[in-house]
Design a protein around this ligand. Structure first.
Ligand code: FE2
Length: 363
């Protein structure tokens, strides 16, 4: 019996210095469609909020419209980043009560928001750093996002075919992974999905440890990273320093045509991490991945990585950080049976990340 049932991710909410421009970037470069807006024109004097969708993936961009706001303070401290991994639940009050009874810090008690489209119940609990989980019960609501938001036109003509259709997983960088994994076990009844420790994710210079917690249906998956002892500064340490503490590292987006999506995003100016030619020429890798849906030359051309496990395989690629601070980035993932996270690619991937760290002078 699941006493913390979830329906899936509700939204990834970003705090950004300029929500209007962020909404434009995610429309043109990530192929998202703006669907809703709230700002000074309709009852939100302090901030502008643009809501964008691609399939079931919903991103919300909040930006301050005046000086001296708490949101502005957050952005000054952390830069653009994720403030809320909102989870859709069938009963927000029950979920909140269970979480708080198990030691979660309550940030917002359950309350009803209402407009002509119906009712939504929301409540919020704290997680790592200054990140929160808003629990959203929207069964009795038909509006474009939340009460108070108005439907809004797309900012540009959306692409004929969306680049991705869902949020696959959301990764947090923390100082103490075990503590936070335990938090999700206790507070949400999540269980461990996979574990990568020590040598699993180590390069010559830097290392990290990672654990993945997920709800019983595997709709909500939260990997948690912790820096591990290495010869030089870990990519997780770099994040913690530049973000100013724990926070969301990357959002993985599920696509069913990673080749086409990468081509279009690259053409629109999204920068992806480079994997070395040697990755594709490694006979061991070719042997291990076997036959996948596209010729390896096509993957190599786009720097798409492949991993295979007992359940199937996956194709994945990572963007560079999407803001000037070396913090939040994205992953595109196309799954063919595999429920993994690309463990076989970690070494190649981290060498590519370290090359970027080196260029920034942070290795
Ligand atoms: Fe990932």
């Amino acid at each position: 019996m699941d006493d913390f049932p979830v329906k899936g991710m509700d939204a990834v909410v970003f705090a950004v210095g300029n929500a209007k421009q962020a909404a434009h970037y995610y429309s043109t470069a990530f192929g998202m469609r703006r669907v809703a807006y709230r700002g000074p024109e309709n009852g939100s004097p302090d901030e502008a909020v643009h809501v964008l969708e691609s399939g079931s993936a919903r991103f919300v961009f909040r930006g301050p419209v005046k000086a001296g706001t708490e949101l502005g303070r957050h952005i000054a401290e952390h830069g653009d980043g994720v403030v809320d991994l909102a989870i859709e639940v069938p009963d927000a009050e029950a979920a909140y009560k269970r979480a708080v009874a198990q030691g979660a810090t309550g940030l917002e008690e359950p309350h009803v928001l209402e407009d002509d489209h119906g009712k939504v119940v929301v409540a919020s609990i704290a997680t790592y750093g200054e990140t929160r989980h808003t629990l959203v019960e929207r069964t009795n609501y038909s509006g474009p996002y939340l009460p108070g938001f108005e439907a809004a036109d797309p900012l540009v003509e959306p692409p004929a075919k969306r680049f991705y259709q869902a949020i696959d997983h959301c990764v947090g960088n923390v100082e103490r992974m075990d503590e936070w994994a335990d938090y999700y076990h206790r507070v949400m009844g999540f269980t461990d999905m996979a574990e990568f420790v020590g040598a699993d994710i180590a390069t010559e210079y830097s290392a990290l440890m990672s654990k993945v917690v997920a709800d019983g249906t595997r709709k909500v998956k939260f990997p948690l990273n912790e820096p591990a002892e290495g010869k030089r500064k870990s990519q997780i340490d770099e994040y913690l320093e530049f973000y100013g503490g724990p926070g969301v590292q990357h959002i993985a987006l599920a696509t069913n045509d990673i080749l086409a999506s990468v081509d279009q995003m690259r053409a629109a100016g999204v920068e992806f991490l480079d994997s070395p030619d040697s990755y594709y020429e490694d006979p061991e890798l070719r042997e291990r991945i076997g036959v996948v849906r596209a010729p390896i030359e096509e993957l190599k051309k786009r720097r798409i990585l492949v991993d295979r496990d007992e359940d199937g395989y996956l194709l994945q690629i990572f963007t560079k950080p999407v803001q000037d601070r070396p913090t939040v980035f994205f992953e595109l993932i196309e799954r063919h049976g595999s429920l993994g996270f690309g463990k076989g690619n970690f070494k190649a991937l981290f060498e590519a990340i370290e090359a970027e760290q080196e260029r920034r002078g942070n290795l």
